[in-house]
Design a binder for this molecule. Structure first.
Ligand code: 3PG
Length: 210
């Protein structure tokens, strides 16, 4: 599992956090992100369209890595597997979720915000975590501080990150990927401006690698 999460994180410096409000948006939206160069995607289970969207996107875009986000229970974890998700992301950790993730068919990227959260996951073998909510939980300074006691941990910070701040996070040695919803702005999705989303993905990748 570790190597699979590592491959996912090394496959993209940016991880769009996608929430689907209209089922017909899922495939064109994800296609635009992939066309813009981002092929690791997180579709949240925050709306009832999340699971069917994962299923559709898996079928329509075989080149994409599709994760299920906002997974907080074993039931949702199983549903994500059933929908064909490649991986699961949680906003936080529970002992139950961490244990389940160790032996589940698809790997878990658990969300942490504190040293205690990290220790809970570390003891079960996790070495890659989502850092959430990144900006509020201390941002870059917190990630630098956490690298002291946890030198072998890699983080995917998410929460409050923008196209403008992504590069600064990515310059940290313990960050290879940053996540966020800025890649799918509500206004562009509402107007189904897929070309603009593709451009935003491409431009954000360029900025991220500066
Ligand atoms: C998440 O679930 O990871 C966050 O809602 C994404 O955070 P953002 O909307 O601030 O980018």
């Amino acid at each position: 599992h570790r190597s699979r999460i590592q491959s996912l994180l090394s496959a993209s410096p940016l991880l769009p956090v996608i929430t689907i409000n209209h089922p017909e948006d899922a495939v064109p939206l994800c296609r635009a992100l992939v066309a813009g160069g981002i092929r690791v995607l997180e579709i949240t289970l925050r709306t009832r369209h999340g699971l069917p969207a994962i299923h559709q996107v898996r079928k329509a875009l075989p080149e994409a890595w599709v994760g299920a986000g906002t997974v907080t229970s074993i039931e949702q974890y199983r549903q994500a597997e059933g929908a064909g998700a490649h991986f699961v992301v949680s906003p936080g950790v529970t002992d139950t979720l961490l244990k389940f993730g160790v032996t589940a068919p698809i790997p878990l990227l658990p969300g942490v915000a504190t040293a205690s959260d990290i220790m809970g996951g570390y003891n079960q073998g996790y070495r890659e975590f989502k850092f959430f909510p990144a900006e509020i939980a201390g941002g870059r300074a917190a990630l630098q501080a956490l690298s002291g006691p946890f030198p072998d941990i890699e983080f995917c910070p998410t929460g409050g990150i923008t196209r403008q701040t992504a590069a600064a996070y990515l310059s940290l040695p313990n960050v290879r990927t940053v996540g966020g919803s800025w890649l799918t702005p509500e206004k562009l999705v509402a107007t189904k401006d897929w070309a603009a989303i593709e451009r935003l993905a491409r431009d954000s990748l360029i900025d991220a690698c500066k």
